[in-house]
Design a binder for this molecule. Structure first.
Ligand SMILES: Nc1ncnc2c1ncn2[C@@H]1O[C@H](COP(=O)(O)OP(=O)(O)OP(=O)(O)O)[C@@H](O)[C@H]1O
Ligand SMILES: [Mg+2]
Length: 206
């Protein structure tokens, strides 16, 4: 599904790992592990086409990033990728339902309702994002990332703001959805609680 070769980026200090070829197959669960500042977020962003590819090669489903226009990248991203950001980026004045619906390409209110039930926020549908607790906001951001049933779920520290019980619920939600849709998960975390769920770990050093 993904092929990476010799990725380099101004902000990624360690080039050792990334100078190798990395293949990620459909349905794989890959965890990027490494100390703060080693470039996990940067690499996720490059793979998700949110940052430009400065040097090296990436293909997704045989599409070569360096030969795609911005519009083609935007379409590819909207059709295939869901992104859970390290900082949740919710829209403060919109409520829970509106925030989840905002990136849905095909409107599906029933699915949004089901997601809200799974993240445990039934009854808070109309609450504005700015009035949510940090953990609640992170759960909404996760529902938003899953609302399009993406082929690839990028998850940047998805559970850092969550307690143990919510961490298990959220990880179950992400993995259950990935299983149902045969999606690939590419995550970055320090969180030892979720390490065991991944079948492939890529260690990055500082
Ligand atoms: N826009 C930028 N301008 C300058 N330096 C940047 C920029 N973005 C990231 N960096 C630097 O690149 C390095 C990698 O950052 P990145 O956010 O990818 O690390 P990370 O592994 O995700 O860390 P953390 O575990 O703390 O989230 C850091 O040293 C960071 O300071
Ligand atoms: Mg990071």
């Amino acid at each position: 599904m993904f092929n990476l070769k010799h990725i380099r980026h101004t902000y990624i200090p360690n080039h050792d790992v990334l100078s190798k070829d990395i293949r990620i197959e459909r349905g794989e669960h890959l965890l990027l592990l490494g100390p703060s500042g080693c470039g996990k977020t940067t690499l996720l962003n490059i793979m998700a086409t949110l940052l430009p590819l400065e040097s090296g090669e990436i293909t997704f489903d045989n599409k070569d990033y360096s030969s795609l226009s911005q519009a083609q990248k935007d379409t590819m991203r909207a059709e295939n990728f869901g992104f859970i950001f390290q900082r949740h980026h919710l829209i403060g004045h919109l409520n829970v339902v509106q925030n989840i619906a905002v990136t849905q390409t095909r409107k599906d209110p029933a699915y949004i309702k089901a997601l809200i039930r799974t993240i445990g926020l039934e009854g808070k549908e109309k609450q504005k994002a700015r009035d949510l607790s940090v953990g609640e906001a992170q759960r909404v951001a996760i529902a938003r990332a899953l609302a399009n049933r993406p082929n690839v779920i990028f998850a940047d520290e998805p559970t850092s703001a969550l307690d143990d019980s919510n961490t298990q619920n959220i990880i179950d939600l992400i993995f259950d959805q990935a299983k149902a849709t045969n999606a690939t998960i590419i995550a970055a975390t320090h969180d030892a609680r979720i390490k065991s769920r991944f079948n492939n770990i890529l260690e990055m050093s500082a």
